[in-house]
Design a protein around this ligand. Sequence first.
Ligand SMILES: Cc1cc2nc3c(=O)[nH]c(=O)nc-3n(C[C@H](O)[C@H](O)[C@H](O)COP(=O)(O)OP(=O)(O)OC[C@H]3O[C@@H](n4cnc5c(N)ncnc54)[C@H](O)[C@@H]3O)c2cc1C
Length: 305
Amino acid sequence: MEQILRNFFLFLSKNKFFTKLAKKYGLRFGAGRFVAGESVENAAKVIKQLNQKGMVVTVDHLGEFIDSEQEARQAADECVEMIEKIAEHQLDSQLSLKMTSMGLDISEALVMENMRKILAAGKRHGVFVTIDMEDYERCQKTIDIFKELKEEYDNIGTVIQAYLYRTVGDIEELNAYHPNLRLVKGAYKESPKVAFPDKQDVDENYKKIIKMHLLNGNYTAIATHDDEMIAYTKHLEKEHGIPRDQFEFQMLYGIRVERQEELTAEGYKMRVYVPYGTDWYGYFMRRLAERPANVAFVLKGVFGK
Ligand SMILES: Cc1cc2nc3c(=O)[nH]c(=O)nc-3n(C[C@H](O)[C@H](O)[C@H](O)COP(=O)(O)OP(=O)(O)OC[C@H]3O[C@@H](n4cnc5c(N)ncnc54)[C@H](O)[C@@H]3O)c2cc1C
């Protein structure tokens, strides 16, 4: 049943009609639990609250189905605006973004132009930028873009997904760049031809790449809500004497908030991924797919308390 629900929500997340409808009608159905409002101001307020609780942030301007050059340029401008807001309010926040929202499905030249604009603004204001990883079809292109930009800018990182068979090879190859990587299990529906279908294999591969990247001496963001992976990282920290300034934990806004606070209290760097914007629908559906138990929460939002 859980698998059926998961596939159903992933299917819904790709629906253009619902995406447009959701944009028109604003944050609904309890999405506000996972999305920090629709404007830059809303996001800045949430970042400030998290900073006051001792947590750092990576903020993401949500954007799905970018079909025109103009929309991609607008998305890039919004990223620059967010970077300037971070600087203006002295917020402790990085920026996350997706290559499709920068125009990956339109032209790679457009992506590079948009990214250089954002990275230059980030460099000016000391804001680090992480390229989120999307579906398998876009993985190689994303890695190629990352490599090219990493030669020019040092305020850039990207994400590697443990569920892909290619991942160990990517970690090995990227080591030459000493990259700051966010390691995740992977959020998209992929074919068994390219990704482990079994959760146990994904978990094993996740542990493997956490260990590899840390022992290679690279900065590592362990982005998970899974206690087993957190405990494994702490075990590596002790066994190999890994300094705490070489890694951080990351979790999504609104998910396992108490655990986020506990890790902060234990002295670990805890970064919260804070999405905002009018394009909240696809992100919200992917969160429901990850944990269909959240549907009960949504139903409450629809039918009242
Ligand atoms: C900061 C951040 C950035 C991310 N960026 C990307 C990206 O760029 N590309 C990408 O593909 N994916 C990304 N992801 C999503 C990621 O790939 C996973 O889909 C997502 O994190 C779920 O996997 P998990 O590791 O949290 O654990 P899961 O395997 O989903 O869950 C393991 C265990 O964690 C606990 N748990 C999980 N969720 C909850 C919850 N809501 N409440 C209570 N307990 C819970 C439960 O005990 C559960 O059994 C990101 C995730 C984070 C945290």
